[in-house]
Write a protein that binds this ligand. Sequence first.
Ligand SMILES: Nc1ncnc2c1ncn2[C@@H]1O[C@H](COP(=O)(O)OP(=O)(O)OP(=O)(O)O)[C@@H](O)[C@H]1O
Ligand SMILES: [Mg+2]
Length: 256
Amino acid sequence: MQSGAEAPATGSRGAEQPGVVLDGVTKAFGAVVALRDVSLRVAPGEIVAVAGPSGCGKSTLLELICGLAEPDAGEVNSAPAALMPQRDGLLPWLSALDNAGLALRAGGASKKAARAAAHEHFEAFGLTGFEKARPAELSGGMRQRVAFLRTLLAGRPVLCLDEPFGALDALTRGQMQRWLADALEREPRTVVLVTHDVEEAVLLADRIVLLSPRPGTVVETIEVDLPRPRARTDLAVVELRERALHALGEPSTERA
Ligand SMILES: Nc1ncnc2c1ncn2[C@@H]1O[C@H](COP(=O)(O)OP(=O)(O)OP(=O)(O)O)[C@@H](O)[C@H]1O
Ligand SMILES: [Mg+2]
């Protein structure tokens, strides 16, 4: 469960903000073992990407961190965490402004206060003029930004982002990756970013945790010690991407 106050410290700041600690976590659904013996640490302020094949337990991992599921074995300790679900989860009958303020409303804020708080971010999120638009009237990238804003406004120290750009075309995905990198520079958070896309992981994360096919176990952890901003064409980015693909058993994208 969420047990922020008593979670083990990760460094000296850990006592106040423990980040995320998973120790030997196993989770099964009936006969299907989704995760096996997964250990993971995310320090406060760190961005950790989790990549691995479909069905290896990535979404399950985020649900465990957010306290939406319990492990069968092992321990999960996390500062309070907000989930941006794999599908954006926007409510079709609410405006962009009200969708963005949903977590605040759920926390007891008045409609007016939630709208005001959400609106403060609309310009930085590229949503000005779309306050009253319903999700169906927004582009895919805008929907993701509203969903991300809602997750941010939940006010939790940890953000769990589940394939935030998975449904977008390559061009929009690239724009959104740059946008997210900037947003996290402005407002640093502890982030667990689940992605299929190892290039996205290299562009955004401080560290990449690679999972095996189900049952998901950690096969390799890659430190991404590169200056920001990063570009997909940087040699170091390309090299780390190739290393991650190799660790996942994927064919290299480089020409022989
Ligand atoms: N609530 C559930 N009930 C039963 N089985 C589940 C449940 N949630 C997940 N599973 C199973 O656990 C395994 C891992 O699922 P999960 O959604 O965590 O994978 P994933 O890595 O996020 O996959 P994808 O990349 O396709 O999103 C799958 O075999 C899935 O069928
Ligand atoms: Mg998933």
